[in-house]
Design a protein around this ligand. Structure first.
Ligand SMILES: [Zn+2]
Length: 340
């Protein structure tokens, strides 16, 4: 029979695994935490306690790795744990409370037996109590609207250095910065328009025989840049959400959104608008991989859609910024979820 303590550890481990499906699995630190949770489940199943050895984790994470380096490799990963938890603790707490009805979330702890030799290090999941009053409610639309996927905002994304300087820690632009963001595309457009006009007159003087291909390509480039700017500006102001400019994303990142958000007081009165960088992710109901947002083109022009990491052209879902819900855009017959 399971003891109460073991039952909790099992739920805590399952919650952790489910939460990390929303996170990039190419990060070793993420895989390390998931591996501890998976090994914990295995041990519980076999009735062999809840402590995981360095070797258990290492062999799963690096099947062809050199075992003599196990302790140092895991020790290095361990150093990244505080930063990871600083990033995820709020969302993980929400996940534990809202999706698993727990009042705690799991965080690995390290047990070093006397002597401190590498091989005697063991890991265990520790329960961190959650203050439920600080936890956001679950998505209110989830019960009302049938859906295939639910997206969640994440904080641990990778803005570019430029975006970090411009938006600051909160990843948002208010006041003067907001207007800079709105007017920069207009100023750029005016500049490109000027180029188009100047080059048009330069080209007009030439005949087919003397035409400069240099001017001609500049002219076409200027037209392309101008229309790109105008379309982006129009979409941002009309749709209020677009995939963020490449200048704001680091090279590994491709699915940040630039969103106009209305800030209200607690009575629902309008206070101000701000521009925010956000990232939403979901879990693919077909293959369980991570779903990130991307442009809908070419099949779904002007839409932002969710694309599965494993099958980005087939496992695709709609995205609604208000409900944070979506349905399958290909004809997969998925059983609609309402609630979980
Ligand atoms: Zn998928």
């Amino acid at each position: 029979m399971q003891t109460q303590k073991e039952f909790d550890t099992k739920r805590l481990a399952e919650c952790l695994i489910s939460f990390f499906k929303l996170m990039p699995n190419e990060n070793q630190i993420n895989r390390f935490v998931v591996e501890i949770a998976k090994q914990t489940l295995k041990k519980l199943e076999a009735g062999r306690g809840v402590e995981i050895s360095t070797k258990d984790i290492f062999l799963e994470m690096f099947p062809n790795g050199d075992e003599s380096q196990a302790s140092s490799k895991l020790a290095n990963l361990w150093k990244k744990l505080p930063a990871l938890y600083e990033n995820i603790s709020i969302r993980l707490a929400e996940h534990a409370v809202n999706e698993f009805e727990l009042d705690a979330y799991a965080r690995p702890e390290k047990l070093e037996s006397e002597g401190g030799a590498g091989n005697s290090v063991r890991y265990r999941l520790n329960a961190i109590k959650v203050n439920k009053e600080l936890i956001a409610e679950p998505n209110p639309y989830r019960e009302k609207i049938p859906h295939d996927i639910e997206y969640r905002a994440v904080q641990d994304f990778q803005p570019s250095i430029f975006a970090k300087l411009f938006f600051g820690k909160a990843n948002e632009a208010v006041g003067i910065k907001k207007w800079v963001m709105i007017f920069t595309p207009i100023i750029q457009s005016v500049f490109y328009l000027f180029m188009v006009v100047v080059l048009f007159y330069a080209l007009k003087k030439q005949t087919i025989a003397t035409i400069s291909f240099f001017y001609l390509s500049l002219f076409l480039a200027a037209i392309w840049l101008l229309s790109y700017q105008v379309i982006r500006f129009q979409r941002f102001t009309e749709d209020r959400i677009i995939i963020a400019s490449e200048y704001f994303m680091s090279w590994k990142e491709f699915s940040l959104l630039q969103e106009i958000v209305t800030v209200e007081d607690e009575n629902g009165n309008f206070l101000y608008k701000k521009i925010q960088l956000t990232k939403y992710v979901g879990v693919c109901p077909i293959c369980n991989s991570r779903v990130e947002l991307a442009k809908g083109e070419p099949d779904f022009p002007r839409r932002i859609i969710g694309r599965c990491y494993e099958s980005p052209t087939e496992h695709i879902y709609s995205f609604d910024r208000i409900t944070k819900l979506g349905y399958a855009l290909r004809n997969y017959k998925l059983e609609a979820k309402s609630g979980s």
